[in-house]
Design a protein around this ligand. Structure first.
Ligand SMILES: [Cu+2]
Length: 175
């Protein structure tokens, strides 16, 4: 009397079709895995690779100096700023506003700094649907080249309190 019946052995050699499907899934996994870093390197608009530690006070000082230097007007008490092309530009997120309003030139590259003065906010640019998390204590630098003129709305897409829905800003891209 045998203890182990051959039918109860779970392992069997793979059939040709099973091997084929395992091969296809494996190739797909590898393709997705390598496409992440590849997309980061070759895509026309990359997510930032620069993040620095900062404090609210430090960042506010840089942003205020930037606003004072290049301010051209105000819109409902929010300063409008036209920075020189290629420069470092600062956007401040706080409950519940984005400041300043940035006026950028189409086809020019800027280093856009983002930080929050209080809670976590979400930097969401509409209608191009670019999204980025803005966490206090960090200075995120996005190297951006606006390639279409127009008015872009900056919305907060991270719930940040009672005035969250009112938190909208603007980036204006001119020809
Ligand atoms: Cu919010």
């Amino acid at each position: 009397m045998s203890v182990v019946s051959p039918e109860r052995v779970w392992w069997k050699p793979l059939s040709r079709q099973e091997r084929l499907w395992v091969g296809i899934s494996l190739a797909w996994c590898v393709l997705l895995f390598v496409s992440l870093p590849l997309w980061h390197l070759i895509a026309p608009q990359n997510t930032p690779s620069e993040t620095y530690r900062t404090t609210a006070a430090q960042y506010a000082e840089l942003a205020n100096r930037f606003i004072k230097q290049y301010q051209t007007g105000t819109d409902k008490d929010i300063p409008i700023v036209r920075p020189p092309v290629g420069s470092d530009v600062y956007l401040v997120a706080r409950a519940w506003q984005w400041s300043p309003i940035l006026e950028l030139k189409k086809g020019q590259t800027y280093r856009l700094h983002l930080s929050s003065m209080d809670y976590s906010h979400g930097f969401s640019v509409q209608p191009i649907n670019m999204n980025f998390q803005v966490v206090p204590g960090y200075d995120y630098v996005l190297t951006i080249t606006p390639n279409q003129a127009g008015v872009y709305n900056v919305l907060c897409n991270e719930y940040c309190g009672i005035g969250h829905h009112l938190m909208s800003g603007k980036i204006v891209v001119k020809e």
